[in-house]
Design a protein around this ligand. Structure first.
Ligand SMILES: Cc1cc2nc3c(=O)[nH]c(=O)nc-3n(C[C@H](O)[C@H](O)[C@H](O)COP(=O)(O)OP(=O)(O)OC[C@H]3O[C@@H](n4cnc5c(N)ncnc54)[C@H](O)[C@@H]3O)c2cc1C
Length: 347
């Protein structure tokens, strides 16, 4: 009989991130399809009662907590000790956790300490005939593999954004506190602060509804025989700021910098979408000044609704790669869209 533990840490304000609700949804679905299984939740943080209450209507029958100032910050030594103690208290055989940056560092260590195994980048968990299987993508998301394990405990890191979030409501949860004895060495590392780019500089936003893709056309000579890179920069950043979209790019555009041409300074290879780039998951995508060639559009596999703006009516987007192609000048279209967005937010 499996005992499925959802392992989570609280956010700085004591709440639970969406990725926790996603892991909980995956675990609850697994629990439902595994007769005789138990579902429990383990929470780690300064205080966990508010977080536990926020998901109290979930099908979990028990809540465990490790709390205190030592467990507020993201620190391997204390996180792994807390996770190990909760897993043992809950007698977990399957441990499902969101692969946040904090947990991704810790989960393989938890499996090692418990004599189990860990699988990362999991995007699906299922059970059939009493057998659990997980799925994940390989080879730059071109092949999906499904695997099972007999060894327990089995630690499963769920990729954030790959599941629907559990909408289990709030209530009053009874949290059983688990004591963890820490050595001084475990407290040696201290997080002294967080540095993050300003909102305008942070162009990759995995949680955004919209992926906004820029192609090399933004830097090419336009109808007047001139390039308009500073104007392109202003339009793109203006759109990103107002639409809170995530910024993707074609390879040609990010490569231009390496070839000594004038490029958009906020783009790097991290923004590249495609065969040799990323395959992000967003509800919608809007491509601009990009030709829509196969090595690029293969990275749009998980984008549900696709639109493109290109001057070329015979571009790849017109050949079945996009739901809607606007044959238009992206400079003119995005100028107008930015005006409408500004008017909308002012209204
Ligand atoms: C092995 C391999 C791997 C690759 N991997 C990737 C990858 O991971 N990702 C990737 O993106 N590419 C990849 N490529 C490259 C890919 O094949 C294309 O060369 C690249 O995507 C082209 O980029 P682009 O469409 O931005 O540029 P271009 O082909 O130069 O197209 C620019 C487009 O902008 C349009 N345009 C210009 N001005 C305007 C305007 N004012 N308004 C509207 N439209 C305008 C033009 O009509 C044109 O269609 C790979 C290639 C190979 C061989």
């Amino acid at each position: 009989m499996e005992t499925i533990l959802v392992l989570a840490h609280t956010e700085a304000d004591g709440s639970l991130a969406r990725s926790v609700r996603e892991a909980l949804h995956a675990a609850a679905t697994l629990h439902k399809s595994l007769a005789g299984s138990k579902l429990v939740v383990g929470l780690i943080g300064d205080k966990v009662q508010t977080a536990a209450n926020s998901i109290a209507a979930s099908p979990a029958t028990k809540y465990f907590g490790v709390t205190g100032a030592d467990f507020t910050q993201s620190r391997y030594a204390t996180d792994v000790a807390a996770a190990e103690a909760i897993s043992q208290a809950g007698q977990a055989t399957v441990i499902v956790a969101p692969a946040t940056s904090r947990w991704a560092r810790v989960l393989p260590g938890v499996a090692q300490r418990l004599g189990g195994r860990a699988d990362t980048h999991v995007t699906g968990v299922a059970a059939a005939d009493g057998k659990i299987s997980v799925s994940r993508w390989y080879y730059r998301q071109r092949m999906e593999g499904t695997l099972t394990r007999t060894l327990r405990p089995w630690v499963i890191g769920i990729d954030p954004g790959s599941q629907t979030a559990c909408d289990c409501g709030a209530g009053a949860a009874v949290v059983e506190m688990v004591a963890v004895t820490l050595t001084d060495a475990a407290r040696r590392t201290t997080v002294v602060g967080l540095r993050e780019p300003q909102a305008d500089a942070q162009t990759i936003r995995p949680d955004a509804q919209l992926l906004f893709v820029t192609g090399a056309g933004w830097t090419k000579k336009q109808a007047d025989g001139q390039t308009h890179v500073p104007e392109a920069e202003k339009l793109i950043l203006g759109f990103l700021k107002q639409a809170r979209a995530s910024l993707g790019s074609s390879k040609s555009l990010v490569d231009l910098g390496g070839e000594g041409q004038t490029v958009l300074p906020f783009l790097s290879h991290l923004n590249q979408i495609g065969q040799t780039g990323a395959t992000p998951r967003h509800a919608k995508g809007l491509s601009t000044c990009c030709h829509g060639e196969e090595p690029h559009t293969v990275g749009w596999r998980f984008i549900n609704e696709r639109r493109a703006i290109s001057l070329d009516p015979n571009c790849g987007w017109a050949r079945g790669k996009a739901d809607v192609l606007y044959v238009a000048d992206a400079f003119a279209v995005i100028t107008k869209v930015n005006e409408l967005l500004a008017a909308g937010s002012a209204a």
